[in-house]
Design a protein around this ligand. Structure first.
Ligand code: PEP
Length: 253
């Protein structure tokens, strides 16, 4: 069985003290919730990582970075490498978010290298894929998402692929208030699992966590998470408030 995971992507939100406060609130709410079987991840901006790691230590909350540079070190002003993230106590790294692809021109070659850099440090990549509105409207979503996964993940060995968490995020649903219907999410997740099975085998595909992301809220999470191929969510806006985030974490049936 794939691990249930709910990961929050804070994007460029929260100062260091606000981030620490959010994790304190999250720990308090999780202590009252019945969700010990869910892996909970928060992804603060780089500057908050070490303080958030300290605040989360010993709790159910794990910490992710929102990006990484593919090179190990060198003259890459303002960039951060995977071993730096590891040294900060981070366990996960979001890779290939649509905002990185769109605003920062990250391409398939960069993303494949970032995946390798993160796995080489023993960190878990949360790999994002998804189609834009026009691709969905023309019925090309499976070809687009399949192409991304093939170009960015299919170079991995079986053992390395097993470390990857996939987040399907239809770009038209991110931060827009539009959500894929639970059936649309299930159709795509089933497609992804089948596509992964064709390359890495059914056993690995079954164990791969495939998260849904795109305007997921406490009000729609239960329906989406009830689908057999949806193993959790990558959450943007609703991860900035502890009550909303825990409402999503506790939405599994
Ligand atoms: C995201 O950016 O990964 C995301 C899913 O954002 P939101 O939940 O705000 O749509």
């Amino acid at each position: 069985m794939a691990r249930k995971i709910v990961a929050g992507n804070w994007k460029m939100n929260k100062t260091v003290s606000e981030g620490v406060q959010l994790v304190e609130e999250l720990k308090n709410e999780l202590a009252k919730a019945n969700a010990s079987d869910v892996t909970v991840v928060v992804s603060p901006p780089y500057v908050s990582l070490t303080e958030v790691v300290k605040t989360a230590a010993g709790s159910q909350v794990e910490v992710s970075a929102q990006n990484v540079h593919q090179e190990a070190s060198g003259a890459y002003t303002a960039e951060v490498s995977a071993d730096m993230l590891k040294s900060a106590g981070v366990g996960y790294v979001i890779i290939g978010h649509s905002e990185r692809r769109e605003y920062f021109a990250e391409n398939a070659v960069d993303i494949a290298k970032k995946i390798d850099a993160v796995i080489a440090q023993g960190l878990t990549p949360i790999y994002c894929c998804g189609e834009v509105k026009e691709e969905r409207e023309s019925g090309n979503q499976n070809a687009i998402v399949g192409g991304q996964i093939k170009d960015e993940l299919f170079h991995l060995s079986d053992a390395d692929f097993e470390k990857v968490v996939i987040a399907y995020e239809p770009v038209w649903a991110i931060g827009t208030g539009l959500t894929a219907s639970a059936d649309q999410a299930q159709d795509m997740h089933a497609f992804i699992r089948g596509f992964v099975a064709d390359k890495f085998g059914k056993v690995i595909a079954k164990e791969t966590s495939i998260l849904y992301g795109g305007s997921c809220k406490p009000t729609n999470a239960a329906e989406i998470f009830s689908k057999p191929d949806v193993d959790g969510g990558l959450i943007g806006g609703a991860a900035l408030n502890a009550t909303d985030f825990v409402g999503i974490i506790t939405a599994f049936n």
